[in-house]
Each structure stands twice: as structure tokens, then as C-alpha cells.
Design a protein around this ligand. Sequence first.
Ligand code: FES
Ligand code: FES
Length: 178
Amino acid sequence: MSADDTSGSLDRPTEDISLSINGESVSAEVEPRHKLSDFLRDAQDLRGVRVGCEHGVCGACTVLMDGQAVKSCLTYAVQADGTEIETVEGLAEDGALHPIQEAFHEEHALQCGFCTSGFVMASKELLDENPDPSKEAVEKGLADNICRCTGYQNIYDAVLRAADRMDGESTVDEEEEA
Ligand code: FES
Ligand code: FES
């Protein structure tokens, strides 16, 4: 058997897991060593889950597990058994972007976009827990995420804009928008 055999025919132990991913029930057989990030990207084809450092440092792989932001590169797929996982792919509804995604677009809060899904999911946890955050709270809430392209200011502005919008009372100056 070659060392790069990934066919699963090595008689490695596996476990059955059942979970919800973006509102859909999923059952799968995974090896205990499989990371949640790889399971979501490779087995579930959710490529919005980005893998950067694979060491829990960059936050690119952030997803929500039962509403809490987790680094999926530091989480085993078996740990997701019985949980509800949300990824960036589950945010848009009926083709309409989630307010956080809209705000990132409008505030030009991304350049290459590699980090963006992780920032968006971390922002969702932040706004779910604190719908009206101060700028300092946004900075603190996103401290686990690294962006190599932007200066962070537009990301913070996007989260504050999304907070206004999700509150139903946009404080964005309409003339500024025109
Ligand atoms: S890829 Fe998970 S934190 Fe960087
Ligand atoms: S937009 Fe490129 S890494 Fe953040």
C-alpha cells in the first residue's frame, strides 16, 4: 500500500457522526483524526471554509458550532457529532446576501478574500451575542482573525454597518450612500 493512499482502505477505525450543516442533516463516517475543516471542505464541498495556518492562529477556518465560533482546523470532525454547524455558505437566503456579507461588500472590507469567510463567521457570532457593539468590542471580538491584505479598518466599519442594518435602524447616512 503506498504511503499516499487516501482510499480509506487501510482499515483505520472510523466513527459515524450525524450533525446539521447549514440547516441540513448530514450523516458521515469519519476517521477520528480527520479535522472538521477538511471534512467540511473535502467531504461536504464547502470551500468557503478556508485553511490558512492549520494551527489555530489565522482564523480563516472559523465556523460556528452551536452558535460559537470555532477554529475548524483545531476541531476534529467527530467533535461535531450532534452539533449544528454554520459556514459562510449557509448565510445567504433565497439568493440574498446576509447583512454581514452585504456590509463587507459595501465597505470594501476585503481584498484577496481569503480571510473573509472566517471574518464573516466570527462577526456573526459577535453580533448574535452583542447586536450593538462598540468599535472596541468589534476589535476585541475579531482579534482571533488575521487578514494579510486590509488594514482592518474597513472590516470593523463593515461589522458596525451590519450591526446597524440587523438592528433594523440603519444609521448609514443616505446622502453618503448616494
Ligand atoms: S487555518 Fe485554522 S486558524 Fe488558521
Ligand atoms: S482580504 Fe486578503 S487576507 Fe484578508
